[in-house]
Design a protein around this ligand. Sequence first.
Ligand code: GDP
Length: 480
Amino acid sequence: MSLFFEQFSKVKNKAESVVNRSADRHVRLAVTGLSGAGKTAFITGLVHQLLSSTAHKGEDNLPLWHLAREKRLLGVIREQQPDLSIPSFDYNGAMAQLTAQLPKWPESTRNISEIRLAIHFKPQSGIRGKLFDKSKLLLDIIDYPGEWLLDLPLLKLSFVDWCIEQQSRIAIFSHFSGFNSFREDLKKIDFASPMDLFVLERIAKQYQKLLIESVNEKGFYLAQPGRMLLPGNLEGSPLLTWFPILNLSKAQLESLDKNAEQNSYFQVLKQRYQAYVDEVVKPFYRDHFRHFDRQVVLVDSLSALNHGQAQFNDMTQALSGVLDSFQFGQANWLNRLFSPKIDKLLFVASQCDQITRDQQSNLLYLLNDMLSDSQQLATIKGCDVETMAISAIKVTKHGLVKHQGQEVEVVEGRTTGNELIRVFPGEVPRKLPQVDFWQKQGFHFKKFLPPMSLAGDQKPQLQHIRLDHLLQYLLGDKLD
Ligand code: GDP
């Protein structure tokens, strides 16, 4: 090699490593949403489209993604994730479920997990385009339960304030089978007396059951502490063995706070509450949240509509709680504590293949209405907020049928009873439904299973709706 080329190559390598180290070469994309929102399916679908775009260069399956459309995508490969202590997102397991002999949806998100992809591409222009004929963007996708964000207020609330706040949930809890025995047991306790561990553990279990019943069976969304729903390795630990005192007034609680002995029920509950805040809630924001660059929040409004007015309102309130975590403008306390740096926040109405094409824009309007109902949206600063309606893994087909002389849109798919059906699933309201609407009619949007055509397919090509549009929004500026 001549001296000139040797020097040039050294300069180029050096420049490449500098550029590679710059923030633009690496994106940490976090994906969240409340239980059942579609996080696992979303990440599986997204990773699948990216990995399979290596073969097609993305033109066929991701036409709205500029990188693919401009034929600058060179390929996408999976790389070792950077955080060795975070579980890996089980992409292969998810694909195996989708292509099993009886295709099924993969297991839902239960904990935080991560997967890293390297997107190789041709830079478009500018200095990078002149210096390099190839570039690489490292994309880390992090999956975590949205319920963890609902614990944010605990960082600001004392145990007494939290108990008072939780008293507003009594109206909802009172409809649940386990509530009466929980309430009776609370009444029997003198919170100033020395704590009996056996009793404390029994009541904490009852409270956890109430939260699980409210979310998993009755379709509500708000639950604090969030980890009681998916405890993972915290199951049974003192960090998750406590409950709110729902039967005492603020004055009574404040008096206990001042006067009760250290070994009393009150003080033990207060210590465990604080330990949960310090050892579970804070570390999530400090170790994970503050390193995210971009955030996707998935919302399954169709299931919330199916469940009814109380649950739908609960989801709207939960979304407002989720938005709280993104209030980190300069002067905000969250900023002072953790300095988060998310610059794009995307709310996604998921699973839109369950409804007919003419209803998909309504789903988006509805999501916008749910979000604008929350005061927090207007005050988010320093972060671009966008909404979309997508399906990460499209499992239905759209069609037209003749009904009373008119053509009507339908969706066709495999139902949970393994039956192939063609239905008009119903209209999606464009705005938050009013009280009289709920009284007149309910919603019956169907869930569908992945199609039998995927069974045993060694090289499946999953379908999607608008994942390419989503990729353009989330990564377009990083791939110029
Ligand atoms: P998670 O709890 O947020 O991880 O939610 P999952 O990814 O497990 O999804 C919950 C359920 O939503 C799945 O079992 C499917 O029934 C449904 N689902 C998720 N994504 C899609 C989609 O793109 N299309 C359809 N039709 N259903 C979906």
